[in-house]
Design a protein around this ligand. Structure first.
Ligand code: GLU
Length: 468
């Protein structure tokens, strides 16, 4: 059967980088194997679920370019399905009704903790007779449905990333709830029913779910179904290998987007958390599909490094074409709304090597093209020695009909002024920008425009005439 994988987030806020990495690895695995990528929203935990988070997930995935082939399915639309399976388990004796109240369960839990035992369900309702059940029901007592853990509940799993893992469910938990008294399925139950019905072949998810796997294996066994292949991805940790903390930066897709990261940069960086390509690390989604392999994912934790994320992002800023870069940068260019598109594209391309994120773009444009320049006294000597270059170039510029061919103007000015190389270009650059480095002059001058260039060059000459 062809590969079928799913990304199954709970809608509890904008996607976190951990979720996105899971989504990405599933997506890459599906695309690489010509498989199907399914989106399923696990929204049965009503308290944590809200509508805006649901639409946020869809937006985040669309922004990242991770398109899905099936879904989004919502677990809340499938409650009847879980209920019918819970009933089937009841009939088959694989599960039972539990009438214990939350207070009773809490008392048992406290008692166990006091005795230094792991808290687990006592099995009090495991062997109720038909009569007892009818009596409790006629009293109007609500019940949940618990899965009955058989004596032999040992499993060996060959995890694609972590290798062979052995589990003994009895060592981990007592009989666990699969359907709550309000009719809502628990995660471990719904996830297996769905993965089974959706014919999921590979479950690729965070290592934090490893402890859920044994309970899920039991449910597969109860369904007489072959479990999927599991691949548990390493955790993403902070730079000091502790849990990620706010100190390390932003973790939600929304925050990363607002900080001016490109989707290309985010997916490229996240692909490197756990997986490493053979050579070059900077990759497009297409290149990632080509090279990605789940077998090469390391089981050790991966450290989140915001500086590297920005570095990767910058590499993508350098690679994109102008139109695309402008469309990404638009939300950060509100104050440039009335600028002609062609001008903006040229300006962005000329300064992009100074931008790590899209947020840097408006600042760099202002720095070179819009802000008034104040010439620093430390440049006086240099400007003075290049005064001739400035004067000659200014003169030529004033008389030029067309400033698209700056190279010819420079050639002419070099000839007339007798200055060349750095002694020619450097003073002109300082006069035009106020800085020693920046965009190529042949790009900068047409973007700045003839009038502004003349103004700045004249200004530098006035600066030289003024008293120190
Ligand atoms: N809803 C779970 C989560 O958000 C999915 C876990 C799984 O993939 O099985 O973590």
């Amino acid at each position: 059967m062809g590969v079928r994988v799913r990304f199954a987030p709970s809608p509890s806020g904008s996607l976190h980088i951990g979720n996105v990495r899971t989504a990405l690895f599933n997506w890459l695995f599906a695309r690489k194997n010509n498989g199907i990528f399914i989106l399923r929203i696990e929204d049965t935990d009503i308290e944590r679920t809200y509508e805006s988070a649901y639409s946020g997930i869809l937006e985040d995935l669309a922004w990242l370019g991770l398109n899905w082939d099936e879904g989004p399915y919502k677990q809340s639309d499938r409650l009847d399905i879980y209920k019918s399976y819970a009933e089937r388990f009841l009939k088959e004796g694989l599960a039972y009704k539990c009438f214990c109240s939350p207070e009773e369960l809490e008392r048992e839990r406290e008692q166990a903790l006091k005795e230094g035992k792991p808290p687990r369900y006592s099995g009090k309702c495991a062997n109720l007779t038909e009569e007892e059940i009818s009596r409790l029901e006629s009293e109007g007592r609500s019940c949940s449905i618990r899965f009955r853990i058989p004596e032999d509940a040992c499993f060996v799993v060959e995890d694609m990333i972590r290798g062979k893992i052995e589990f003994d469910v009895n060592a981990i938990t007592g009989d666990f709830i699969i359907l709550r008294s309000d009719g809502m399925p628990t995660y471990n139950f719904a996830v297996v029913i769905d993965d089974h019905l959706m014919k999921i072949t590979h479950v690729i998810r965070g290592e934090d779910h490893l402890s859920n796997t044994p309970r899920q294996l039991l449910i597969y066994r109860a369904l007489e179904a072959e479990p999927p292949v599991f691949a548990h991805l390493p955790m993403i940790v902070g730079s000091d290998h502790s849990k990620l903390s706010k100190r390390e930066g932003s973790f939600s897709v929304k925050e990363l987007r607002e900080q001016g990261l490109l989707p290309e940069g985010v997916v490229n960086y996240l692909a490197l958390l756990g997986w490493s390509p053979k050579e070059e690390e900077v990759k497009t989604l297409e290149e990632l599909i080509e090279e990605f392999s789940l077998e090469d994912v390391s089981p050790s934790p991966s450290a989140y490094d915001p500086a590297k994320l920005r570095w990767i992002n910058r590499q993508h800023i350098l690679r994109l074409d102008g139109e695309k870069l402008l469309s990404y940068a638009r939300p950060f260019l509100k104050e440039f709304e009335n600028f002609p598109k062609e001008w903006l594209i040229k300006a962005i391309l000329s300064i992009r090597e100074y931008a790590e994120t899209l947020k840097d773009i408006p600042e760099e444009i202002k720095k070179y093209y819009l802000n008034d320049i104040s010439l620093d006294d430390k440049y006086r000597e240099e400007l003075l020695s290049g005064k001739k270059a400035i004067e000659v170039f200014l003169d030529l510029l004033k008389n030029a009909e067309d400033i698209s061919d700056i190279d010819s103007l420079f050639k002419e000015a070099i000839k007339v002024s007798g200055l060349k190389g750095r002694r020619f270009y450097h003073p002109i650059r300082i006069a035009l920008t106020g800085y020693e480095s920046g965009p190529e002059l042949v790009e900068l001058i047409p973007i700045l425009g003839k009038r502004k260039c003349i103004e700045r060059l004249e200004n530098s000459l006035r600066f030289l005439e003024a008293e120190k």
